[in-house]
Design a protein around this ligand. Sequence first.
Ligand SMILES: *[C@@H]1O[C@H](CO)[C@@H](O)[C@H](O)[C@H]1NC(C)=O
Length: 422
Amino acid sequence: MFGRVSTLALVATSLLSHLVWADTPINPGFPYGSQTVRGVNLGGWLVLEPWITPSLFDNTGNPNIVDEWTFGQLQDRNTALNTLTQHWNTWITESDLAAIAAAGLNHVRIPIGYWAFEVGPGEPYITGQLPYLQKAVTWAGNHGLKVIVDLHGAPGSQNGFDNSGHRVSFPGWHSNSTNVQRTDNIIKRIASMFSTNPNVVSIIAPLNEPAGFDGSEVLSVVRQYWYDSYGNIRFPFGTSQESNTVVLLHDAFQPLSYWSGFQTPPNWQGVAMDTHIYQMFSQDEVSRTNQQHIDAACANAGDLSSFDLWVIVGEWTPAPTDCAKYLNGRGVGARYDGTFSGSTKVGSCTGKSGNRNSFSSDYKTFLRQYWEAQVITYEKGQGWIQWTWKAENADDWTYQAGLAGGWIPQDPTSLKYPNICG
Ligand SMILES: *[C@@H]1O[C@H](CO)[C@@H](O)[C@H](O)[C@H]1NC(C)=O
């Protein structure tokens, strides 16, 4: 709490001068507000996710290795480093960025964990990711793509998900001011690395998916952290000079209306809101019919088009089920087929995820319709970033497989079902 008070005081001092007058309008590296964001996440690369690369976890032979924390903790560290280095070198290469640009996309969002920047005492993470982030920024620039650098894991874990690096039953980021201060310092470093290159790194997202669902205490820490991040990202030069880097806040799983009026122009410039839209992480959602999935996607149009900041749907997928192996965590089953504890079976997972050769033509038609319904809807806001570019064996989720399998068009503006939302 002491840390928070002093942070508040610092922010008040550094922001007062430009709260009196409106901030200078930003000149971002991409014309947000007039051109549509279309992109993919480079998931499972610099932050491991068991469902994206199940082989990396299965190959350890240890069922207790369920996230990147335990990946470093519960096996020989040289083995872990060798496996990760091989993965970093091969999972995403420049040819992926070329293929993403050739598919008519203009953005990539790159998740990275705090441990790429700093590993604290007792934290078993293997480090070495940062040069790959820098390479990816160079490659993106070579192919005319904009980059969103996304801090996906914070010390203590901001949500307890395996994709925060550390799967824990209750997240420990917000309740520990040392963790928050460490995260502020990492955002300062990210901002100073990239603020001179806003034409490629047009956006920094200071924290993915903080657990706002855990209550108002989390939300108040998140709000303060967003104020600090604004200062860190928009004023990275240690002077009153502003960067042209956009700050992308996450909605912390709150309805957009919760954030109404938060960091809006003219006093705040260059702030955008990230919202993630999935329809498989509850029994109700996996139970929806195809038409209900499409209707639910289309129903987001009003909120996205009326919000007072630029809104980017920074994660979403054409996958309608939670059938992808390890999607709910390594060793955890799926709600769709009833193998998730407490769930009720909706249907068989066969032919729903995995390799697209198992997909029926009806299923592929639905994937195309559902993809288009989402694209049409999310373009009522500023646009979209699909989760994710590639996965070892979850073709329903990936942009790469969708292009190859024909349910994602080679040109994302050429729609077969332009009236699917009515
Ligand atoms: C807070 O987190 C830091 C690591 O960032 C840790 O060293 C410290 O023990 C934690 N404090 C509490 C009270 O858990």
